[in-house]
Design a binder for this molecule. Structure first.
Ligand SMILES: Cc1ncc(COP(=O)(O)O)c(C=O)c1O
Length: 458
């Protein structure tokens, strides 16, 4: 990677970035990813992970040999088992889940819907009429819970979350009690990157006699997770962020063994039925986590994530978490040196134990500036009203790449201060196909993706 514009080769922070890369035991893994040999600074792997080089051959050989060669026989020979086989690998390497509790299926939104409804069905006490959620959870989680509460005639109890941090154990204790049925929370807040205390919150929910559904979208592949040890009831998450499954790759669902026997998920499809190919009358759920399926598994979308799971098994989540903490610590150093003096606010916890793998910084110029950054091949994402999120993927992000990205933000801010017309005028199309397909969450945005629009950032 060449020296970024505006940087002197003797610049202390540039030297530090190079030293951190040289000392990084995971540095070599960057080469496993497509496109990492350029000067592009990708700071959005918390939204859509880079593809692995291996994925190119995995997909091509799948088309050639498996799909093209075995054709429909593929279902019997391998594909039907993939949702569980990959689910078990994910459980083992990332989630701290014993086999038989994790499955790959649907989108996170659909999986969360099934889990929340299944959790509610497992609550038998009619006095438990409340679902607890927080004001800063990801939009899909809030909308789902609002819709389910309406369907089921339940009451919403909102926790007012601090947008620069997140939901605390104390807040959960205060919001739960004999009326609580289910609590729905994200382990890592999608804006601030706040890392919630999953074991303590799970215990607090159980003390109140309720069940918890965790959204692990921003934590799967970025922090160590022990779902079984924490006795979590239900969890769901994306595979297109830190697991590099590709745009719209299917989600995962975790259901604790102790709930599996009586599981009642609401979308009764043929693939979740016992003896699916008997095609018999009536619905009887397949035993175990398989009963969580509804329709035909999206096999093609499951291929890419396997490469990352293999790498994670090789490296271990502890090493990934360590690198992630070093990356966010270096991002903070750059923030303190360059962005804070330019009036930028930090909206992420400073304590490394309280943050995941992304950082949010706020400034009134960031809405326009994001488009200018993208045009310079510096790719964070924008969060309305004025936040830039800097996402750091431990396997693929280098310290020099991070330096380059934050230096570009510094340059644009200093151009603003000195009156230079920054951010430069954007002549390329910002909302159309040229730059549009950028993130997993953009899939639901009709008609392309406006970089500066108030869109849901995951
Ligand atoms: C925290 C969180 N929850 C839920 C979702 C929704 O996922 P999907 O669009 O795959 O349904 C996202 C999407 O990015 C997310 O970031």
């Amino acid at each position: 990677m060449s020296i970024p514009a505006g940087t002197d080769a003797t610049d202390t922070l540039w030297r530090r970035a190079l030293d951190l890369d040289a000392a990084d035991p995971l540095a070599g893994y960057r080469d496993h990813f497509v496109g990492t040999d350029t000067d592009l600074s990708y700071l959005d792997g918390n939204s859509l992970g880079r593809p692995l080089k291996r994925t190119v051959t995995d997909i091509s050989s799948f088309i050639q040999d498996s799909w093209g060669g075995r054709l429909i026989r593929g279902w019997d020979e391998e594909w039907l088992e993939l949702p569980q086989a990959i689910g078990d690998q994910l459980g083992r390497s990332v989630l701290g889940a014993a086999p038989g509790q994790t499955i790959i299926a649907d989108s996170t939104t659909v999986v969360l819907y099934k889990l929340i409804r299944a959790a509610l069905a497992a609550v038998t006490d009619p006095a438990r009429t409340e679902i607890v959620l927080d004001t800063d959870n990801f939009p899909t989680d809030r909308y789902l819970v609002e819709g389910i509460a309406r369907e089921e005639g339940l009451t919403l109890r909102w926790i007012d979350a601090d947008p620069a941090s997140g939901v605390t154990v104390e807040q959960v204790r205060a919001a739960t009690g004999p009326a609580t049925a289910v609590v729905v929370l994200s382990q890592i807040a999608y804006r601030s990157g706040f890392l919630a205390d999953l074991p303590a919150i799970t215990a607090a929910v159980h003390d109140a006699g309720a069940l918890v559904v965790w959204d692990l979208c921003h934590s799967a592949g970025s922090v160590e997770i022990s779902l079984d040890d924490a006795d979590v009831d239900f969890a769901a998450g994306c595979t297109y962020k830190y697991l590099n499954g590709g745009p719209g790759s299917p989600a995962f669902a975790y259901v604790n063994n102790r709930h599996l026997a009586g599981l009642q998920q609401p979308i009764w499809g043929w693939m979740g039925r016992k003896d699916a190919f008997e095609m018999g009358p009536g619905y009887e759920a397949a035993p175990g986590i398989r009963g969580f399926l509804s329709g035909t598994p999206a096999i093609f979308g499951m291929l890419a994530m396997r490469g990352t799971l293999d790498l994670i098994e090789e490296v271990g989540m502890a090493a990934l978490r360590e690198k992630s903490q070093q990356l966010t610590a270096f991002a903070l150093e750059l923030f303190d040196a360059w962005l804070a003096p330019a009036g930028v606010q930090l909206s992420t916890p400073r304590d490394p134990a309280l943050r995941g793998s992304h950082m949010t910084v706020d400034h009134p110029a960031f809405r326009e500036m994001t488009a200018a950054l993208w045009d310079q091949d510096v790719i964070p994402d924008f969060r309305a009203p004025q936040g830039i999120r800097i996402g750091l993927s431990p396997l693929s992000t280098s310290f020099a790449e991070l330096y380059r990205g934050v230096a570009a933000i510094r340059e644009l801010l200093s151009g603003q201060e000195s009156g230079t017309p920054h951010p430069p005028e954007v002549t390329s199309e910002v909302g159309g196909e040229a730059t549009g397909a950028v993130t997993g969450e953009a899939a639901g945005v009709a008609g392309g993706f406006d970089k500066t629009a108030d869109v849901p950032l995951n």
